[in-house]
Design a protein around this ligand. Structure first.
Ligand SMILES: [Zn+2]
Length: 410
């Protein structure tokens, strides 16, 4: 791969150090790696202060780099996936992490493969096995056999890959491709409870959104913080205070139970939902599961939202056509339901186009370039400036800017 990337550059000095360290590692491993800083991009965007709800201008600095690297093919083999063999309530099942650079399609049979190793053929439980690929052939190899099999130091390789993927923003929502040795345990129901409270207080922020708006903390990041008592005395008071605030949020335990029940019975053919199903069937999660795990609740809410939409569509009386609302140039209040939030990638990060409808069926639109999006299917009281009245495909719609919103309890 050879490309120019924009990466976070708050502290260019640190970044250069990291890149150089990676370069050293790569040369020790015999992996091609070249990089060069090009220029810094500065962008000012408006974000909403989580404390006051006020819009504040914020400067983002990104460093454009030229980068050339290659996934190592050791003895011609490339990494295709990590298969995690998880002990669930229904026995051992697999969570599959396809390597972000792998372009082939992993044969379906590996979805349910047992924790064997084609190299040593020893029949022992392995937490992880790796699928490697060469010319259409796949081999499943245990971690400790990787070195024998590939003729290289797998730990060094894994560490290298880990850092490399983080740097290029491959922090997958569904969980990281690589992971370390034994990890702390997080109980599923505790994680979901914390996630629910954190989403109520701070809205849902995906890992991707947090990466693109890097003064924003992802929901996963907040969940990790919730469970991590700071080592330093000085940081502990603030942590305790925040944890108490989160604990004070009322959480719908019914919803959590329903979400878990839904996830345990997902019948889907995409990796993300299948992985979610396996995870829902285990009650003790590890750090590496948190990305996937905190997405369970939003996934369930999306599912419920889609079900509702389907029902509504079937029952809906013919609506009167959408009319313009508000006065252009004025700041006005509306009560709306969010029909859809469409993520648009732009050079300013992620923009969420909000497709909304008020109670009279009038269409409203808002491009949110700040950090927090509203949630699909929910109803909000919003205040925003009417930017313009616009007709799009014969539908009258009201465009808003600078929207402040507050959820209306259902
Ligand atoms: Zn082996």
């Amino acid at each position: 791969m050879e490309n120019a990337y924009l990466i976070h550059a708050d502290n260019r000095h640190l970044l250069e150090k990291r890149m150089n360290r990676l370069q050293n590692k790569a040369s020790k491993l015999g992996v091609p790696f070249e990089w060069e800083p090009l220029y810094t991009v500065s962008t000012v965007v408006e974000t909403t202060s989580p404390a006051t709800g006020r819009k504040i201008p914020k400067e983002y600095r990104q460093l454009a780099i030229y980068f050339k690297g290659e996934a190592p093919r050791l003895g011609g083999w490339e990494f295709a996936a990590r298969v995690e063999h998880v002990r669930t309530d229904d026995g051992i099942e697999n969570i599959m992490y396809t390597h972000p650079e792998f372009e082939g399609t992993i044969p379906e049979a590996y979805r349910n493969v047992s924790h064997g190793c084609d190299h040593c053929r020893k029949n022992i439980y392995r937490r992880d096995t790796y699928l490697v690929h060469k010319d259409g052939e796949y081999q499943q190899v245990g971690r400790t056999c990787l070195q024998d099999f590939l003729g290289n130091d797998p730990q060094a390789l894994i560490t290298y890959y880990q850092e490399f993927s983080r740097l290029l923003g491959w922090a997958l929502e569904e969980g990281e491709y690589w992971r370390g040795k034994a990890e702390d345990v997080y109980y599923r129901d505790d994680v979901l409870k914390a996630t629910s409270a954190i989403i109520t207080k701070h809205h849902w922020v995906s890992g991707r959104d947090a990466y693109n708006n890097w003064d924003t903390i992802s929901t996963k990041g907040r969940v990790v913080y919730y469970f991590t008592r700071p080592v330093e005395e000085s940081a502990r008071a603030a942590w305790k205070k925040w944890v108490a605030e989160i604990d004070a949020v009322e959480v719908a335990n019914d919803e959590i139970e329903e979400a878990v029940e839904w996830a345990r019975n997902i019948d889907a053919d995409n990796d993300y939902l299948r992985n979610l199903r396996v995870l829902a069937k285990t009650s003790a999660w590890e750090f590496g599961h948190l990305g996937l795990g905190v997405s369970l609740l939003p996934a369930y809410r999306r599912h419920i939202g889609q079900e509702l939409k389907r029902k509504e569509k079937a029952e809906r009386k013919p609506r009167k056509p959408s009319e313009f609302v508000g006065t252009v140039g004025e700041r006005e209040e509306f009560t709306i339901t969010v029909e859809r939030v469409v993520s648009c990638e732009s050079r300013y990060g992620t923009t969420g186009l909000h497709i909304m409808v008020d109670q009279e069926g009038n269409a409203l639109r808002w491009f949110n370039s700040g950090a927090e999006d509203m949630t699909e299917g929910k109803t909000y009281k919003i205040v925003g400036r009417v930017k313009k009245h616009e007709e799009y495909q014969d539908k009258k719609q009201t465009m808003l800017t600078r929207v402040k919103f507050e959820e209306v309890a259902a």
